[in-house]
Ligand binder design. Structure first.
Ligand SMILES: C[S@@+](CC[C@H](N)C(=O)[O-])C[C@H]1O[C@@H](n2cnc3c(N)ncnc32)[C@H](O)[C@@H]1O
Length: 238
């Protein structure tokens, strides 16, 4: 499916939402940290979602979302909500929750909100963390969220990972080990995933070698990191 989105990161979020099968019909997406509202508009314009909620904690991005929604003629289908995370987002009917372009620890904090837990467990999560990706993966694992699919894309200078997750503790058949925390569920045979894994492995190798040569840290941990970096590089044939 082609979405009207120039930003490749957001386009991948939209694609992954479209390809993650849910029993819900119609689909209503809540985009948390929606900023300009491009993703919510693209999801509704394409017909993948019948309605959407564009939520942001800051009034300025929210007003730019309101403007974009109006320009797209979608004001009757997309609600813009000033909200810290999911706090002011109406739960009823929401089938998909998107958190993109935020830190992994903030995404985990947003998803931890008590009053949303029941509704959230029936939703598909589309997550695109910018930093602390390992913390988000750890949180998902510890809280029963099965990453069904993880894909990567390049946008400008960086490669980003996008995850689609369902609450399904019984389906988690992978360990929360260094491989999972570093490369998640990315398939090393996919070119952008290989690029993501390569970058992560090189960064890890550099950090491990730095620690080993400084001889002032935990040597055993640095050796583990080196082994993992080499294992990841082998996976992608480097
Ligand atoms: C870097 S922008 C990402 C925008 C868009 N999702 C994307 O990926 O391009 C992050 C947005 O998240 C919003 N934000 C930060 N913390 C938030 C929170 N706790 N709840 C809702 N929105 C938040 C910011 O105001 C900002 O508009």
């Amino acid at each position: 499916m082609i979405f009207k989105l120039e930003n490749k990161r957001l386009a991948l979020c939209a694609e992954m939402l479209a390809e993650s099968h849910v029993d819900h019909d119609p689909r209503i997406a809540a985009d948390i940290g929606a900023d300009h509202g491009y993703l919510a508009c693209a999801l509704v314009e394409s017909g993948v979602c019948e309605r959407a909620i564009a939520a942001d904690i800051n009034p300025q991005p929210l007003s730019s979302a309101i403007e974009h929604i109006a320009q797209s003629g979608l004001a009757d289908k997309i609600d813009a909500v000033l909200s810290d995370g999911l706090e002011n987002v109406p739960q009823e009917g929401v089938t998909d929750v998107i958190c993109a372009g935020m830190g992994g620890e903030l995404i985990a904090a947003i998803l931890s909100r008590g009053e949303w837990q029941k509704q959230l467990r029936g939703c598909t999560l589309i997550l695109q963390p910018m930093t602390k990706v390992d913390e988000l993966r750890r949180w998902l694992f510890a809280n029963g969220w099965h990453i069904m699919r993880e894909r990567a894309c390049r946008d400008g200078k960086f490669v980003y990972s996008v995850m689609a997750a369902h609450y399904a503790p019984e389906l988690i058949d992978y360990p929360c080990d260094g491989r999972y925390l570093t490369a998640g569920r990315l398939d090393p045979r996919e070119p952008y995933s290989a690029e993501y894994i390569s970058t992560a492995a090189q960064r890890m190798k550099k950090a491990a070698l730095g620690r080993l040569s400084a001889k002032n840290g935990d040597t055993a941990q640095a050796e583990d990191m080196l082994r993992l970096a080499e294992q990841l590089m082998k996976e992608i044939g480097e």
